[in-house]
Design a binder for this molecule. Structure first.
Ligand code: 4AD
Ligand code: MG
Length: 430
């Protein structure tokens, strides 16, 4: 019998097929057994009628606990009343394994219990939907950039120096040398874009963040485009188009999953370019009116981001932060060198920063000064400085944190559910 996936079941009505999957739920009614089976692509109700199967098969259905693995063969029937619109009349059933008593039931479990059982929790409808949406988002990112002539260049995970400040580095011994897990592929992207013009990297990045918030992970995935000859405005345009295309893709391709998550998509549906753009100081005017405790001149706190973003119905771009609180590589604004040519994009509905980007310093002497000022090890940055000696040009890029975008689009309030196996401040099991 041909093995088919549940998602393709409509093509097999009135035909006999084989399904392979796991038992999701079971109800007994006299001579009938209703087995709800999932196979990763969908869920279908299968009906085992005593008179249609051998006595052994009928008996076997009694031993089945949730998550038992099965191969079932039978005829597909169209049935409006059934979940998904189809049912299978089972002729034969083979049990691969009878599962132990499954620890996760439909009742409410505490977060800590669920996180301890993350390896199993992934099978639930909600987690399954998040995994699929995350996968779609990553594909949308890559398609968007690939279609615009970007070249994917993979950047290293093991690095000799910091990109985003020395306080959040994960150190490791690299034989006799000190090395660090990468915080961002940006510095290498800058080298790559001088070769291919438009580049991006996509990979895991690591930050030893001592903050226990719903937005921070120690290991997160970032998509980072970098463009030679681009300035801050160019990169803001690119970032907003990028976000619009991701949202559109998920809305059209992952409707079912959004339904499972009970995501109210009203605001997502209205998202389009252009996004409002406000300066750091304009953002602070809003914050001061709302009575923030954060002093002007410092970085926004989580609550500040929520306040700013809740003023807008679509993502908002905040640009030109004070140079003093930003990374060493950012180009100062020609009109006011106290400000950096940088931007953050804050997602609506209180999700906060999802993108950070900037124009990079392309002048050798200025960059060299900044490396001194930030007490960065010169030897480790020699190659980076070198880029400013051989046909240096203005260039810009940004980084988008995948988990934060998944949280926003799925409408879930903690990033721990946006990646299969989150690394958090006090948790790296399983
Ligand atoms: O603003 P960040 O630190 O920018 C950079 O790393 C630049 N080098 C990127 C670039 O220009 N190529 O981080 C970028 C994004 C943030 O906006 C956020 O979405 C995400 O990465 N991010 C985190 N996500 C989850 N957990 C954390 N600890 C994160 N830190 C940053
Ligand atoms: Mg940032």
């Amino acid at each position: 019998m041909p093995h088919v996936y549940i998602q393709d079941i409509a093509e097999h009505v009135e035909k006999e097929v084989t399904l392979k999957g796991w038992l999701y739920n079971k109800t007994d009614k006299g001579k009938l057994r209703f087995l709800l089976i999932r196979d990763g692509t969908g869920v279908i109700q299968t009906v085992v009628f005593q008179k249609n199967v051998s006595p052994e098969v009928f008996q076997a259905t009694d031993t089945l606990a949730q998550e038992s693995s099965l191969v079932v063969t039978g005829t597909i029937r169209k049935d409006e009343r059934a979940l998904g619109g189809f049912e299978m009349d089972v002729r034969n059933l083979e049990v691969i394994q009878v599962a132990d008593s499954y620890p996760i039931s439909p009742k409410e479990h505490g977060t800590s219990f669920l996180m301890d059982n993350r390896h199993l929790w992934l099978r639930s409808a909600r987690q399954h939907s998040i995994l699929r949406i995350r996968s779609e988002i990553i594909k949308a990112c890559r398609d968007f950039l690939d279609d615009r002539g970007f070249t994917l260049v993979d950047t290293p995970i093991i690095t000799p120096a910091a990109c985003e400040g020395t306080t959040t580095l994960f150190g490791l011994d690299y034989f006799e040398e000190k090395a660090y897990l990468t915080q961002s592929g940006q510095l290498y992207n800058e080298a790559a874009c001088m070769s291919v013009g438009k580049t991006y990297c996509f990979g895991p990045t690591f930050r030893a963040e001592k903050s226990k918030t719903r937005r921070h992970l120690m290991e997160f995935w970032m998509i980072e485009p970098e463009v030679a000859f681009a300035d801050l405005d160019d990169i803001m345009d690119l970032a907003q188009e990028h976000l619009c295309s991701i949202v559109q893709r998920v809305l059209t391709e992952r409707t079912e999953e959004l339904k499972v998550l009970e995501r109210d998509t009203t605001l997502l549906e209205t998202i389009q370019s252009p996004f409002p753009r406000i300066s750091y100081h304009e953002a602070f005017d809003i914050l001061e009116k709302e009575g923030t405790q954060t002093p002007r001149g410092s970085d926004f706190g989580g609550t500040d981001e929520t306040i700013i973003s809740s003023q807008f119905d679509r993502p908002v771009i905040v640009h030109r932060f004070p140079t003093a609180i930003k990374a060493f590589y950012m180009q100062p604004d020609g009109e006011n060198p106290e400000l950096a040519l940088c931007m953050d994009i804050l997602a609506p509905e209180g999700y906060g920063e999802i993108i950070g980007g900037s124009q990079r310093i392309h002048d050798y002497d200025l960059l060299s000064e900044r490396i001194e000022e930030h007490h960065l090890p010169r030897e480790a940055f020699q190659w980076y400085l070198d880029l400013r000696k051989y046909g240096s040009v203005p260039h810009s890029g940004f980084g988008m944190g995948v988990e934060r975008v998944v949280a926003w689009i799925c409408g879930i309030d903690h990033v721990r559910e946006t990646i299969a196996f989150p690394r958090m401040l006090y948790r790296m099991y399983p």
